[in-house]
Design a protein around this ligand. Structure first.
Ligand SMILES: [Zn+2]
Length: 322
């Protein structure tokens, strides 16, 4: 595919959300509406991830030019799994979910391939942009987003800007320790939030609890979705595990209130699909632990765009940084 025209004044940009199993890419308007989107399997390990991203973007461009040959886009924004060197748009580290992806100069590759501005950030950081530009974070200057999924990601927004830290790694709230003698974590620390409240940890702890008692279900290990359903119906084992998760979240958020003094907390990620019962428990446990002046007026809300937040927020980088 050749070089495409771009227009810094365009009301549209491409947003790409790259996960371990799926790539979502869309043409997104300045107010966060999806004009057209494509979803394709990442097929990590089978072909280079950059090639899959290029295929997704080429499909969007083919659609756009098919509809209006004069169309010019603002550029391409990418939110990706893994640690991202934010200034250079290079993948600093990716887990075994994306083999061969570590070290990929994604921004340089995409700019050369498509001839338009490209911004690359962590997939969780861009969620904050989806809220700031087209969600509950409009007019908000101080905000924290938590993404509760198989792991736990976080973003700190200070004075309307994402806190990136030295190279882009700031906001790893999942690895904030809430118990210095607590459970060992994959990062090397102990008592990290992620070791209690991620989907993976909830399932692991529930299955360990049942195995210890010799009451492991005959139909195999329990998954997070099933455990949450059991919790909602009052099962005592599921309630004990979920109570630990909520207390861990309450402790982490209370600390964040004291450190960052935000006005809004956004809860996203797959676990947030549970909705109100989950948000209310998080709120309860936070309220037990934070100073009242830091809690006053703080809202805890679900993310505005569900699983599309990454793709929408990725595109918003073209308004945030261009
Ligand atoms: Zn950790």
């Amino acid at each position: 595919m050749g070089i495409y025209s771009h227009d810094p004044a365009s009301l549209y940009a491409i947003g790409v959300d790259i996960g371990g199993t799926k790539i979502n890419a869309g043409i997104i308007s300045h107010d966060g509406k999806t004009l057209y989107s494509e979803s394709l399997p990442t097929r990590a390990g089978e072909s280079p991830v950059v090639e899959r991203i290029a295929i997704a973007v080429s499909r969007l461009l083919a659609w756009a030019y098919g509809n209006d040959p004069r169309i010019a886009l603002r550029g391409i924004g990418i939110g990706t799994a893994g640690q991202v060197d934010w200034q250079t748009g290079t993948i600093r580290h990716a887990s075994e979910l994306l083999p061969g992806y570590t070290g990929t100069p994604l921004k340089a590759f995409m700019e050369q391939r498509f001839g338009m501005p490209v911004h690359v950030d962590n997939d969780v950081n861009v969620l904050a942009l989806a809220e700031l530009y087209a969600g509950a974070g409009k007019d908000i200057r101080q905000m924290i987003c938590l993404a509760l999924g198989t792991g736990i990601g976080g973003v700190i927004v200070d004075d309307g800007k994402i806190m990136h830290g030295k190279w882009g790694g700031a906001g790893e709230i999942g690895h904030m320790s809430i118990d210095f003698r607590g459970l060992p974590c994959i990062c090397g620390s102990r008592g990290c939030l992620e070791a209690y409240a991620s989907g993976t940890s909830i399932a692991k702890r529930m299955n360990e609890r049942l195995a210890e008692r010799g009451t492991q279900a005959s139909d195999g290990p329990r998954n997070t979705r099933g455990i949450i359903a059991s919790w909602l119906s009052g099962d005592p084992d599921a309630t004990a595990i979920m109570d630990d998760a909520f207390e861990a979240l309450g402790a982490a958020i209370a600390s964040l209130l004291h450190i960052c003094n935000p006005e809004l907390i956004i809860i996203g990620g797959g676990l947030a699909d549970v909705g109100e019962p989950l948000l209310r428990r998080i709120e309860e446990e936070t309220h037990k632990r934070a100073m009242s002046s830091f809690q006053s007026g703080v809202r805890i809300l679900p993310s505005s765009h569900g699983s599309l937040g990454g793709m929408i927020g990725a595109a918003m980088q073209l308004w945030e940084y261009e």
